[in-house]
Design a protein around this ligand. Structure first.
Ligand code: SAH
Ligand code: SF4
Ligand code: F3S
Length: 508
């Protein structure tokens, strides 16, 4: 660890906020976010609301109108979009895929890296002309960016044609927010910077009928020093097991073949229950007995990955042998400054345990390169860890400073060219390992859940293996939505080609 890094590892995590007060411009709904408030973790009781219903006074609000939602970011956002679509439909709106046809447009945004945010600002620029052409159009910004003061201030200043901004804790308030936006000229801003609630019974319109997402918990308490998510998503709070099991049963009954349990850190599932000793391992064990072909989860944090979970996953059945386990860095010094709370050695130990229990497990990961003051040696440690674990593939990112996080206040001596060059080297390694992983399937027969026509070639069908490998193959249309067996005839870096040899019985 160098001097700069030593300093950072001791640095206090004080958040500074220098927001402007715009409240004087607004008479009605003006509830802007505060990262400082969002950071607080108190003993505040989490409220469970089980009785969500669309308020009667708003019924029919969307009659004859259409909505369009554009989603950025992770599965959490994708799933929130499904809920908001459900609310829109409940209000009588119809969906459209064409923004020009819409009477209400929402951008469900992601704040994880600067380029994610820039995309949204670019899109807002494009949407300005639509607003000018169609003054009755309602334009809203929601999702993680709305939780940031700096973003709300920028929208107020540079994109004043936006009608509404609401946060990740306010989704269930969509009917009221729309109503407010129709009623008044000023921008409606409703962003709660709170620890968050758990709301059941929310309507949803799921995208697709083969694979479904199921939230098992919300929020994150890990506060990795580079990450904005704990500020945008609130405190870790788990849904009750019976609600989750009920939802999965319903999905199974409706013919869904695969579910992915969602949370920012699913391994912390259940830790917030005071009346119940029940964790992710217990939940997975209970889901094993449901008649659905595949159950996955994401994302798991190495720190809370316990032995019971490994034991349960080793029983297989519908629990797939693929674990996405973000490591972020192979250097214990960098991991410490990131506040990941594990060392390189502890990570390797966990991987060893998982591999011993599930010998055919496929591991994938997330890596950040160019964290402030990362040295060449520290980067090389990431490369060597990658080789040692033998990940099948990885999502790789250049570190992006996020305002309000401790890492954003660290001085950084690594030039951008060096970061880019490291990313290239890492990506070359990732590609090499991905191809190697694919080559293992040459000549094998794999079980594929068929999702539809290939995006690149309508002549072939595409689907995924239990280990999340994309497979393209010729097959009949009736195979869509089914589990089939495919013999692999060709391997590429990111996909497999093959021939369908029959239908699979669920491998349980
Ligand atoms: N909860 C998950 C990660 C969610 S964010 C976990 O802890 O594993 C998805 C990925 O984005 C992270 O794993 C990390 O690799 C990357 N990421 C998060 N913040 C980032 C930042 N400030 N700059 C670059 N990458 C970041
Ligand atoms: Fe971000 Fe860390 Fe939480 Fe993942 S665990 S969401 S990286 S703070
Ligand atoms: Fe982005 Fe928010 Fe997900 S910041 S990655 S959309 S939790």
């Amino acid at each position: 660890m160098n001097e700069e890094q030593r300093l950072h590892s001791q640095q206090a995590k004080q958040s500074s906020s220098k927001e402007k007060d715009y409240s004087k411009y607004f008479q009605a709904v003006y509830m802007p976010p505060s990262l400082k408030e969002a950071k607080k973790r108190g003993k505040e009781e989490i409220s469970y609301h089980k009785d969500f219903a669309i308020p009667e006074e708003f019924a029919g609000m969307g009659q004859g109108k259409k909505f369009y939602i554009r989603t950025y970011g992770c599965q959490m956002n994708e799933h929130d979009t499904e809920v908001m679509a459900g609310i829109f439909m409940g209000l009588g709106y119809e969906p459209t895929e064409v923004p020009e046809e819409a009477d209400a447009i929402l951008l469900n945004t992601c704040a994880i890296r600067e380029n994610a945010e820039n995309k949204v600002f670019g899109e807002l620029g494009h949407l300005k002309h639509l607003k000018l052409e169609k003054p009755g159009l309602l334009l809203g910004v929601c999702g993680c960016m709305s939780q940031e003061e700096s973003v709300v201030n920028k929208i107020l200043k540079s994109y004043p044609f936006v009608d509404m901004i609401f946060g990740t804790h306010n989704i269930h308030r969509l009917p009221n927010i729309l109503h407010e936006a129709y009623m008044q000229k000023e921008m409606v801003i409703e962003v709660w910077s709170k620890e968050g609630d758990v709301i059941e019974n929310l309507p949803r319109v799921r995208k697709g009928s083969i694979k479904g997402w199921v939230n098992i918990m919300y929020g994150c308490d890990k506060f990795c020093t580079y990450c904005i998510v704990p500020y945008t998503r609130g405190k870790e709070r788990s849904r009750r097991p019976e609600e989750i099991i009920h939802e999965v049963r319903q999905l199974a009954a409706h013919g869904y073949k695969e579910i992915t349990l969602l949370g920012q850190n699913v391994n912390a599932y259940g830790k917030d229950f005071d009346d119940l000793e029940y964790g992710l391992g217990d939940l997975m064990d209970d889901l094993r007995s449901i008649d659905i072909a595949r159950v996955r989860f994401m994302t798991s944090h190495p720190r809370d990955f316990d032995d019971h979970l490994i034991e349960v996953l080793a029983k297989k059945g519908n629990l797939v042998e693929h674990i996405h386990l973000p490591v972020q860095s192979g250097s214990s010094d960098i991991l410490k400054i990131m506040a990941r709370k594990y060392t390189r050695e502890q990570f390797l130990e966990l991987v060893g345990k998982i591999k011993r229990a599930i010998p055919d497990v496929v591991l994938t990961t997330d890596i950040i390169v160019g964290f402030p003051n990362e040295t060449e040696e520290q980067f090389e440690e990431t490369m060597s860890l990658y080789r040692e674990v033998g990940f099948d593939t990885a999502y790789t990112y250049i570190y992006s400073p996020r305002e309000g996080t401790p890492a954003a206040r660290m001085k950084d001596n690594v030039p951008m060219e060096v970061k880019k060059e490291r990313l290239q080297r890492l990506n070359a390694l990732v590609n090499e390992f991905s191809k190697r992983a694919m080559d293992r399937y040459e000549g094998e027969i794999v079980e594929v859940l068929v999702e539809g026509e290939s995006k690149k070639n309508a002549e072939v069908l595409a689907g995924y293996t239990r280990t999340s490998k994309l497979v393209n193959f010729k097959g009949p249309e009736e195979a869509i939505g089914q589990l089939v067996l495919v013999k692999v005839t060709n391997t590429k870096t990111w996909s497999l080609d093959g021939e369908m040899v029959g239908y699979a019985l669920s491998l349980r």
